[in-house]
Design a binder for this molecule. Structure first.
Ligand code: DX5
Ligand code: ZN
Length: 219
């Protein structure tokens, strides 16, 4: 069975928010087709970023696929607002929802019309949640503790990626946190195919090369 295609998703958290339109164009010019947007509520994670208002402005400046990562305590409540603002995909954290409510939460996000993703903190074993994977479009492993860009990759998450890929050969498996030109090799070998990169991408002098080098590899 074919593994899904490799994509790099620039994480806008590392952009210059004073010149967002310029940085959006820079992502497009570098060859990105998907963009990762980090929403933080200061409650689920110890940081606050932005909400639907900013997503709406981003949407007006780009046609890129907007992959919205909700690091918030009540993702079901706010998913419709992010969809209305232009989210193409909405990823919610299993830790925010809990096992009893997850099936309904997936349905609620799906009902907005967005693609649905499930995100996992570095300490969360995904296996308990495998029964829900057929109901979502992607799963995302946090390879740092969520809340801040520029942290170091946590290698212990690699085993979770490996066992998920073994069980779901065709699923989109995304990784987020500490992804750079070095760690990309490891996570591709483990079976990840969607690579979120914030500080490494925005700090790279050759952004087109960063994307091409990753997307031309095979996993
Ligand atoms: C962290 C965010 C990430 C962040 C990644 O909580 O979810 O998307 O932007 O940043 P880097 O690539 O710098 O680790
Ligand atoms: Zn993220």
């Amino acid at each position: 069975m074919p593994t899904p295609p490799i994509h790099v998703l620039p994480s806008l958290l590392s952009a210059d928010f004073g010149h967002l339109a310029d940085d959006l164009k820079m992502c497009e010019d570098a060859g990105a087709t998907l963009l990762h947007l980090d929403v933080m509520d200061g409650h689920f994670v110890p940081n606050i970023s932005f909400g639907p208002f900013i997503v709406d402005h981003i949407r007006k400046h780009t046609n890129l696929h907007l992959d919205v990562h909700l690091m918030i305590s009540d993702p079901v409540r706010y998913a419709p607002a992010f969809r209305a603002a232009g989210a193409d995909a909405i990823t919610i954290h299993v830790e925010a929802v809990g096992p009893r409510a997850i099936a309904d939460a997936i349905k609620a996000v799906r009902a907005t019309g967005a693609e649905v993703g499930l995100a996992f903190n570095p300490d969360t074993d995904p296996e308990l949640w495998f029964p829900h994977f057929s109901a979502v479009d992607l799963v995302m492993f946090m390879t740092v503790y969520p809340g801040f860009g520029g942290q170091s990759f946590i290698p212990q998450v690699r085993a979770f990626i490996q066992k998920t890929r073994a069980a779901f050969p065709e699923l989109d498996i995304q990784v987020d946190g500490g992804i750079n030109r070095e760690t990309i090799s490891d996570v591709l070998a483990d079976g990840a195919n969607r690579l979120v990169a914030g500080s490494a991408f925005f700090g790279d002098a050759d952004k087109a090369g960063f994307i091409q080098d990753a997307e031309q590899r095979s996993n």
